[in-house]
Structures are given as C-alpha cells and as structure tokens.
Design a protein around this ligand. Structure first.
Ligand code: URA
Length: 280
C-alpha cells in the first residue's frame, strides 16, 4: 500500500490511493454527526411533510427545491421539536418569541454557548436575512453576524443601499453557537427551525435572503446544495398562504475563503435590489 498522498495533478493515482486506504464510497459535502442520530421506530415515520420528526416544512415555491427533499430527520427527541413548535406558536409578538427562545432549555447547544443570539436590526426592515449559526464573536457579543463575515455581509448590503437597522433584519437558524463552529446537526436544526418559522411569520419581510447552504437547505427543506440554489428566486409560503420571495446566496464566510465567487454574489445582490424596487 502506498503510504504518501500522490500528486493532486494525477487524479487516477489519487483515486487508486483513496480506494487502497479504504475510502471507496462517495459521501455528501457536509459532515453528518451520526452520534446525534438514532434509528427511527417504523411506527414513527409518517409523511415527511407532517411528520413530527421532520424539520419544519416551509413549503418552497417555484423553482421547486422540493424536487429533491431532504430525507426525514431521525431525531433524538421528536418531543423537543414538538415542544419548540408549541412554544413558538403561542408567541404573538417578536418580543414574546425572543423571550421563549431565551427560556428554552431543549437544545443542548445552549449549555456550551455563552449567549443566546436572537436577531439584529429592525423587524420592520424590508429584507430579512437568515444565516447558519453564531460563531465565536457572535457568541461573545450576543448578536448575529458581528465578526468578519458579518462585516462583509454589511458591506454587500450597503452596496445595494440597505443598512442593518431599517434596511435589513438579520438572524440565524441556530440561536446558540455549535462548539468549534461545527455544522449544526439536523436534529439541532429541526429544533431551532420551529422558532425560525414563527420568526418569519411575525417579521413578514418583503423579501428573504438565505445566506449559505445550511440555512437554504433547512428553510427550503431541500437536499439541493447552495451551488444549485443560489441566484434563483424561490419563495417560502407562510401558513396563511403569503409567499415571501426568497433568494438563496453564498454565505459571506465562503466568500472570504473563495473571493472569486463574489462576482456571483454581486449578481444575487443586484437581483435583490431589482426585486425590492419592483415590490415597493
Ligand atoms: N455566520 C453565520 O451564519 N451567522 C452568524 O451570526 C455569524 C457567522
């Protein structure tokens, strides 16, 4: 068995080396925390759209990412998701929702986080942005998108005339920082999405931006990756039938690592600007 990694320019040898090392299976782009998943009992697997064990369905409209739905989520405790939904449904105002999230003890991430990170900006702003999860800076300060990627997000929005405050309101699908900034598990996402759904209903923005693959997949309930989703308008339908025009786009942290993709993000921002002008 060859011990050292062959040159990247020689894909055939590289592939052979991977197989010899036992890596003979293709996997997804994102790591799955299998320790947090359990096998579901067969009786607890009704239709994904109404299943208490599935992430909260947001019913996206055309183009339909629902064509590639996510697999039902096996959860550690489906009851916790139900509790979160019931709590969220009982919140009549954004202040109620914030208080309910701060008091919620069902998500283990809260135990390792320093702060609950709810939202920033004015809920009356025309645009709502939903990102993934607080990082170290956000955890320390208790506000979303305040680190370097948040600063880039602010500059991108300012370039189309929208400032944090009355221009856009910003939050995450997770309210607590995952340790080491790991990708939140599907169980953690499902729990917090119960609140995010209510958040969206209470804010009712003119337009929604989903920043990054994790937020886009979770909110749109799709298995499609951000490379396919970005730059295409879709919508999220609220319970009363209202459709919120929705633009999935790259996460600013990805743009910091891959500056060449900023061009595509700029195209997305121009589309947001155009749509907003049409709507107002
Ligand atoms: N990345 C996010 O998705 N959200 C934050 O609040 C910070 C970084």
């Amino acid at each position: 068995m060859e011990e050292s990694l062959p040159a990247l320019e020689d894909p055939a040898s590289l592939l052979k080396w991977y197989v010899e090392q036992g890596l003979d299976e293709t996997i997804g782009e994102e790591a799955i925390d299998r320790f947090s998943l359990v096998v579901q009992p067969p009786a607890a697997a009704p239709s994904p759209s109404i299943a208490p064990t599935a992430p909260t369905p947001f019913r996206p409209a055309a183009p339909s990412p629902a064509a590639a739905p996510r697999a039902p989520v096996p959860l550690e405790s489906p009851q916790v998701v139900e509790d979160a939904r019931a709590l969220a449904a009982g919140c009549a105002t954004i202040a109620d929702l914030e208080a309910a999230i701060r008091a919620f003890e069902g998500c283990a991430l809260k135990r390792t986080a320093k702060n609950t990170v709810f939202a920033d900006g004015l809920p009356s702003a025309p645009v709502m942005i939903i990102g993934e999860a607080p990082g170290a800076d956000e955890d320390r300060l208790g506000k979303p998108f305040v680190g370097v990627s948040g600063q880039l997000m602010d500059r991108m929005m300012e370039a189309i005339g929208l400032t944090r405050g009355d221009g856009f309101y910003i939050t995450n699908i997770l309210f607590w920082r995952p340790p080491g900034n790991r990708t939140p598990t599907l169980a953690e996402q499902a729990m917090c999405l119960a609140f995010t759904r209510r958040h969206l209903e209470l804010v009712r923005p003119k337009l929604l931006i989903l920043a990054g693959g994790t937020a886009a997949k979770a909110v749109l309930d799709t298995a499609e990756g951000i490379m396919r989703l970005r730059g295409k308008w879709t919508s999220v339908r609220l319970d009363d039938g209202t459709e919120i025009p929705t633009m999935p786009t790259f996460h600013p942290a990805y743009l910091l690592r891959t500056p060449a993709s900023k061009r595509q993000s700029w195209i997305d921002m121009l589309a947001v600007d155009k749509k907003l002008k049409e709507l107002t």
